[in-house]
Write a protein that binds this ligand. Sequence first.
Ligand code: GTB
Length: 218
Amino acid sequence: MRPIITAFKASPDRGRGLARDMAVRWALEEVGLAYDVRLVTFDDLKSSEHRVLQPFGQIPTFEADGVAIFESGAIVLHVADQRPGLLPADAAARARAIAWMFAAVSTVEPPIVERSMASLLERDQPWFAARQALLDQRVQVRLADLSARLADGLWLDGAFSVGDLMMVAVLRRLNGSGVLEAHPAVEAYVARAEARPAFQRAFAAQRAVFEASEGAVS
Ligand code: GTB
């Protein structure tokens, strides 16, 4: 059975590939698994049918061969387990790749999300500049550590893995913010990952959905 994932019919990221179906599409492309997409509206997300698949009423979800799961990281890991390409065969290296996935979502992502939410919701507050400086600093600390880790290496731990995929999916939220520029090794790392053919195919697929939704509106 071809996996079926869910994605926004009209993504609020306007086709920039920042919604969380992007990492899932990218993983599927990396391992060469063809998939189908069920496009959903915000109303669909809150339906009882969708909540059976995703208790929080969100995208993405994944269904294939009796497996129905949610959480983009869990889906990416499951996909990586289906075919070679994203998880090293060696048990210790595999464990390290999974550790990098967790580092992406639980160590690097929180300050990035806090920073973008503040930019979005608190911009008009009189204390915004001071808070933004503090949040920038927290992101910079993580980026400096990643930069040191990458040093002259192409990826976080040997060959490209699920760890890199999730890390880059998280770091892409900083694209266009001017924050990555202070860390050329991290900026080059993100660019290297985005140049992968599998990333390009996944990006084009989600972009096509956005363009179709724009066409439907106008
Ligand atoms: N931890 C879950 C996972 O990784 O799967 C989080 C899933 C999630 O946040 N899904 C969001 C959602 O369905 C879409 S991706 N939200 C609807 C809701 O909660 O009602 C989050 C997202 C959306 C848009 C941007 N953007 O525009 O930059 C970035 C991220």
